[in-house]
Design a protein around this ligand. Sequence first.
Ligand code: ADP
Length: 227
Amino acid sequence: MSEYTLNVSDLTKTYNAGKPGEVRVLQGVSLAVEPGEVVGLVAPSGAGKSTLLQIAGLLDVADAGTVEIGGQDMAGASDRKRTRVRRQDVGFVYQFHHLLPEFTALENLVLPQLANGVSQRAAEARGAELLALVGLSDRAAHRPAALSGGEQQRVAVCRALANSPRILLADEPTGNLDPATSDQVFDVLMRLVSETGLSALIATHNLELAARMDRVLRLEEGVLRAG
Ligand code: ADP
C-alpha cells in the first residue's frame, strides 16, 4: 500500500481521439502527494489542469494510467466505489463557488454530509464549526446571493472540507476574485489545510500564491515538470 494520499501514475487523456480536433491533453502524467503536503499546479490556460484534477478526483477517467487515493487503487473500481471514495476522501474547490443558490450557507455545508450518511445534527454542528473557522458564523443563514464573492468562496472551502476528506483538489480557487480578496481567501484555505493536516493539490495562475505551497509542479505540453 502506498504511503501517499494521492498517487497518480502515467495518466494519458486525449479528447476526440482519432477525429479532427483531437486534443492530447495528458501524455504520461505522474504525481504523488504526501500526507499533509500542499502541492501547487501551475500551467497556462488550456494546458489540462482541470482535466488532471477531474481525473485525480474521480470525476473523469483517463485513457490509461492509475489513480490511487489513500492507498486505494481506483483502477477497475466500480462506479459505486468511485462515488464513495470521491464523497468521503476528496474535497473540491472550483474557481466559481457552485453553492446551491436556494440553500443557506449552513445548508450548503450540511447537504454533502447528509449524502455521506452523517446525521442532521452532527452535520449542522460540523457546518457551524467550519463557518466559525472562516469567520462566517454570522452569515450561516444567508443564501449565496446575499454573500460577497470572498464570502461565497470561503463557504465553498468549508463545503470542500465538510466531509473531512483526505485530499483537497482546488482549481483556481481564487481566480475569480480581486487581488485583496484572493489573498484573504487563500490565507483561509492555507490555514484550514495546515490546521487539519490535509493534503492539497491547488491549481493556480498566481505564481505568488504558488510560491507559498510546499512544492510547485508545472503542466506543460502534457507532462509535469518541477516548477
Ligand atoms: P485548463 O484547466 O488547464 O485550462 P482543461 O483541462 O480545461 O485545461 O482543457 C485542456 C484542453 O482540453 C483544452 O484545449 C480544452 O479545450 C480541451 N478540452 C477540455 N475538455 C474537453 C472536452 N470535453 N472535449 C474536447 N476537448 C476538451
